[in-house]
Design a protein around this ligand. Structure first.
Ligand code: NAP
Length: 332
């Protein structure tokens, strides 16, 4: 067995893909850091057993120093610490030009892959991901670029981000004739955003062995330790998570991350803290398996209590929905 695979919880991204730990570190805020600060974060991750490092060409463009800046910062860290490259799996993405401006046309993606390799200072990107589906590019054209990137050796494995089940199916169908498979899907998944549990995303992950990479696993800090609840629903979720944390002798953020990891498809949370001590603390979640009852109690708090606050949450109880429809029809 591969040495890395024999480490507890490690898994391969696709049959021949890179082997990674059950938690990842995200670089969305790396561009604003100095190279020393960025290095301290990446080293804290690696020392804590977190080896998948996720970035994107667009990180740094939103209110930061500019497009490509996060990749350049990670590239500078790799230069400053030459042994690091062998200890991490580098994931990046392309296809987002600016906020809500997507372009996955073949010329853009080909350029994006080459630009990312240059900025990161690496020959081969371990995992390259289509950051968002672009409604104006045919999936066959995207598939062609992905297949070419892998067969040319520029990219080791490919993934997607924020694709619906049908968008995944369309892209996959054009990859079927190639040796290339989609091995990961980045989704927003945390106790305040559990849609992927029931909208088919995690079912396809189970069917095709697509590894879910869960972004914003602490809800961009809303599930962080000491975070104040901004809504009744968040307060309800905090109350249950805090109770589970007290029983387990751990923190709210640890339980929130363990909630993500408890699903049988074993989603990998991509943590985003900018503080090395919080990166080290987050790794404690790798060793915490929530009981079925604890996981269900948190999920119920997120989905049952205040269904009207988030319209896309789990389907309502079928009987209750039918009663609601009936009483509405009686009123009209
Ligand atoms: N594919 C996509 O479209 C997509 C979208 C969004 C994000 N991502 C990926 O996911 C990564 C993580 O996203 P994220 O930053 O939103 O993740 P997150 O971990 O849910 O949120 C990070 C925020 O939570 C705070 N925080 C972290 N640990 C905490 C703790 N123990 N107690 C209190 N507050 C805590 C952080 O503050 P401090 O920094 O002060 O600790 C930061 O403000 C990104 O870097 C990126 O790689 C991908």
């Amino acid at each position: 067995m591969d040495d890395a695979l024999s480490r507890p919880g490690h898994r391969s991204l696709g049959p021949d893909g890179p082997v990674v730990a059950p938690m990842a570190y995200g670089c969305a805020h790396l561009a604003e850091a100095s190279t020393d600060e960025a290095r301290a974060r990446i080293e804290a991750a690696v020392e804590s057993g977190i080896d998948l490092i996720d970035t994107a060409d667009v990180y740094g463009a939103f209110g930061g120093p500019g497009f490509g800046a996060a990749e350049e910062r990670l590239g500078a860290v790799l230069t400053a610490d030459p042994g690091l490259r062998e200890r991490i799996v580098i994931a990046t993405k392309g296809g987002v030009r600016a906020y809500r401006s997507y372009d996955t046309s073949p010329e853009t993606l080909r350029r994006a892959i080459d630009d990312s390799r240059r900025r990161l200072g690496i020959e081969v990107i371990d995992l390259w991901q289509v950051h968002r589906p672009d409604l104006l590019t045919h999936p066959a054209a995207v598939a062609e670029v992905l297949a070419e990137a892998v067969t040319s050796g520029k990219v080791r494995a490919v993934g997607i981000s924020q694709h619906s089940v049908s968008q995944y199916e369309a892209l996959r169908s054009h990859l079927d004739a190639t040796p290339v498979a989609i091995v990961t899907n980045q989704i927003e998944l945390h106790a305040l955003q559990p849609n992927a549990l029931t909208d088919g995303t995690l079912d396809l992950a189970a069917r095709d062995d697509v590894v879910p990479l869960a972004w914003s696993p602490l809800g961009e800090g809303r599930l962080g330790d000491g975070a104040a609840a901004q809504s009744q629903r968040t307060a309800a979720v905090h109350a249950v998570i805090d109770r589970v944390a007290t029983d387990a002798g751990t923190s709210r953020s640890t339980v929130a991350l363990a909630w993500v990891m408890r699903h049988p498809t074993r989603p990998i949370p991509i943590i985003g803290t900018t503080r090395p001590e919080r990166i080290r603390a987050a790794a404690a979640a790798i060793g915490l398996t929530l009981t079925r009852d604890a996981w269900l109690a948190i999920t119920r708090a997120a989905t049952d209590s205040y269904p009207d606050e988030r319209p896309r949450l789990l389907p309502r109880h079928p009987v209750r929905s039918a009663v609601r429809r009936l009483s509405r029809s009686r009123r009209t």
